[in-house]
Design a protein around this ligand. Structure first.
Ligand code: NAP
Length: 335
């Protein structure tokens, strides 16, 4: 496992981040702890959770593991705030009140007195951005949070936040958590160039598109009953909506590249992400130790330029206006 700087910061994180959305859904506490142990044994130090994952179970399981292992200082823990935690009018969003309540609730569940990366889980159209940024800056100054990040922002929302923080001398977003995979490539139009230009780290959610890029789903065949698509108690991102001709085409090419290379489709899909300029780490999800083991095999080697081009050709989306116009007239610089 290699370590990369998180954007322009001095913080080093493993090139794979372990997502913990399965902790408390699919993975019980013993499995969650075994997953975390295996990840650390492979060199991982970077974990992503949220205050709302499985009604706090994910943070609780991560917290009990941190406490048991006694290595909190060596780990980089990221969590989030935004989505509803209750039915009250202030139990949601990025208001100063909700942020202040929720950081303390997360710290209690995680059994720690700081988080390394505190992320806004989604853009909040109902709260002034200044209110949110000022509250986050206060958390950094209070020592409850080391760095701040954003997830699910548009490029202009992220840029506004960066400018406002600079104007006021507040801590700024040093990390973006967008959805990004061979299936979802619109992230490349503006978000990645913006993050590269501003020195913002990028950690990608659903790097296997919720399991589709593992190659376990087949055209015309029912999904495996224990899979995210096959289970009756699936969470709410309706993974079957990812099915399309484009999806099957990408999976076909992924299988081809993997077979020739002697890797699995999941390892190829993750290695492709690791090689995209500006990406700091994919946030891998794993429900079982076998899945984690397989996904950890995505590091330590690199797809060739030809293999990358094959995957690019199968998955690229025609650029919409104005990106296509701009791309046509962009002058290439020598490296
Ligand atoms: N910021 C956000 O809005 C946001 C949204 C989503 C996720 N996230 C973060 O990103 C993390 C990863 O997201 P994700 O879980 O959707 O990632 P993913 O890697 O795209 O999907 C993971 C799922 O795919 C299946 N899988 C993984 N490896 C496999 C393998 N080798 N073979 C077969 N199946 C495999 C498992 O599901 P089954 O076995 O159950 O089918 C697993 O739970 C989350 O834990 C969370 O930290 C953030």
């Amino acid at each position: 496992m290699q370590y990369r700087f998180l954007g322009r910061t001095g913080l080093k994180v493993s090139e794979i981040c372990l997502g913990t959305q399965t902790f408390g859904w699919g993975a019980d506490e013993a499995t969650a702890h075994a997953l975390a142990d295996r990840f650390v044994a492979a060199g991982g130090n970077f974990f992503d959770t949220s205050n709302i994952y499985n009604q706090g179970q994910s943070e609780l399981m991560l917290g009990s593991w941190l406490k048991k292992r006694g290595h909190r200082a060596q780990m980089v823990i990221a969590t989030k705030v935004f989505f509803p935690t209750g039915d009250g009018p202030n139990d949601t969003g990025l208001s100063r009140k909700h942020i202040m309540e929720q950081i303390d609730a997360s710290l209690r569940r995680l059994q720690t007195d700081y988080v390394d990366l505190y992320q806004t889980h989604c853009w909040d159209a109902s709260t002034p951005l200044e209110e949110t940024l000022r509250a986050l800056d206060d958390l950094v100054r209070a020592g409850k949070v080391r760095y701040i990040g954003a997830s699910n922002y548009t490029p202009s929302q992220l840029m506004r936040a960066i400018m406002l923080s600079a104007m006021h001398g507040w801590a700024r977003f040093d990390c973006l958590q967008p959805e990004y995979s061979l299936l979802v490539r619109s992230t490349e139009w503006e978000l990645l160039p913006l993050c590269r230009a501003e020195g913002i780290g990028v950690i990608c959610w659903s790097p296997l598109a919720g399991g589709w890029l593992s190659g376990k789903y087949h055209r015309g065949a029912p999904p495996p009953p224990d899979s995210r698509v096959g289970r009756a108690d699936r969470w709410d991102d309706l993974p079957e909506q990812r099915e399309s001709e484009r999806t099957w085409r990408i999976i076909d090419v992924l299988r081809e590249v993997a077979a020739v290379r002697g890797k699995t489709p999941a390892q190829v899909a993750l290695n492709w992400l690791l090689q995209q300029p500006g990406v700091t780490a994919p946030i891998i999800g794993a429900r079982t130790l076998e899945q984690l083991e397989e996904n950890l095999g995505s590091v330590g080697w690199a797809l060739s330029a030809e293999e990358l081009a094959q995957l690019d050709a199968a998955s690229q989306i025609p650029l919409p206006s104005p990106y296509n116009f701009i791309a046509r007239y962009t002058r290439k610089r020598e490296a």
